[in-house]
Design a binder for this molecule. Sequence first.
Ligand code: NAD
Length: 283
Amino acid sequence: MHRSVANTFEKFNLSGKTALITGAGGLLGLEHATALLQSGATIMLTDINEAHLETARKSLAVYAEKTSQILCQVMNVASQEDVLATAALLKKENRRIDILVNNAAIDPKVKVEEGKELTRLENFSLDQWNLEIGVGLTGAFLCSKVFGNLMAADGKGGVILNIASDLSVLSPDQRLYRKEGLEDCMQPVKPVTYSVIKAGLVGLTRYLATYWAQQGVRANALSPGGVFNQQGEEFVKRLSSLIPLGRMADHDEYRSAVQFLCSDASAYLNGQNIVMDGGRSVW
Ligand SMILES: NC(=O)c1ccc[n+]([C@@H]2O[C@H](COP(=O)([O-])OP(=O)(O)OC[C@H]3O[C@@H](n4cnc5c(N)ncnc54)[C@H](O)[C@@H]3O)[C@@H](O)[C@H]2O)c1
C-alpha cells in the first residue's frame, strides 16, 4: 500500500481501545458494535435486555479476533445505580472506557386504550413521557456524567458519540404514519418525546464538547435517517419520496460514520451533529 494511504487509515485504528455501547442488543446497537470491532476495539455491550445481549454476543463473534474482545453487561441506562455499578465493575477489572456510544432508546409501540390513541400529544401520559425521556435523554446524561468524567479524570481523554436522529433537526412528518380509515383523532403519530429527546441529545453533545475539551474528551452526535426494517410497503414508499436518494438506509450504512466519529480520523471534529439521512433534511 502507498505509505500515505496506510497512514490515513491508521487513524481509524481502534486497537487497544474499549468502547461501551448502550442499547447494544438492538438493531443499530449491533451495527455500531460491528463497526467498532472491525476497527479493532474491544467492545462492551450493554443493554437492559439480557436475551438481546446474548444474541448480540453470538452474532458478533465472527468479527472478533478473540472472545475477550466482546464484553457484556446488563445495564439500565435510566438507573444511576446500574451505571455506577458498571463503572465499579470496570474499575475492579482495571478496564478503561475510551469510547462511549449513547444509543439506547425506547421505541414505543402504537397503543389504543379506552378508545384513545395514546401516541397523540393530547393523550400522551406523563408516565410515558418520563419513561422515554428517562432512557433516551437522562440515560445519555447519566452515562456521559459517569464515563465521560472517568475519561477526563486520568487526562487520557476519549470520545462520546450520541445517537440522535434526522428528527433532531426536522419535525416529524405525521402524514407518514397515517392509517387509512381512521378518524383524525385516532391517527397514530410519532410521539413528542422523540423530538424532544433527539434535539436534547444535540444540546447535550454541544455541552459535553466544551466541558471536558481541555481533558481531551470530544463529543459528537450522529443523526441517522430511517433504517429499512421490513416496515409496511406504504410507509416505505411515503418516506422514500421525502428522501432525495429515494430510499431508506440499509442497516449497515452507518458503520463507517461510527468508525470515523469514534476514532482519531475525526480528531478535530467536536460538538457537531452529523446528519446522515440520504438528504431528507435538505429538501
Ligand atoms: N432504527 C432507525 O431507523 C433509527 C433511525 C434514527 C435513529 N435511531 C436511533 O438509534 C438508536 C437505536 O435504535 P434501534 O433502531 O437500534 O432501536 P432498537 O429498539 O432496535 O434497540 C434499542 C435497544 O435499547 C435497549 N433499551 C431499551 N431501554 C433501555 C434501557 N433503559 N437501558 C438500556 N438499554 C435499553 C433495548 O433493549 C434495545 O436492545 C436509538 O437511539 C434510535 O432512536 C434509529
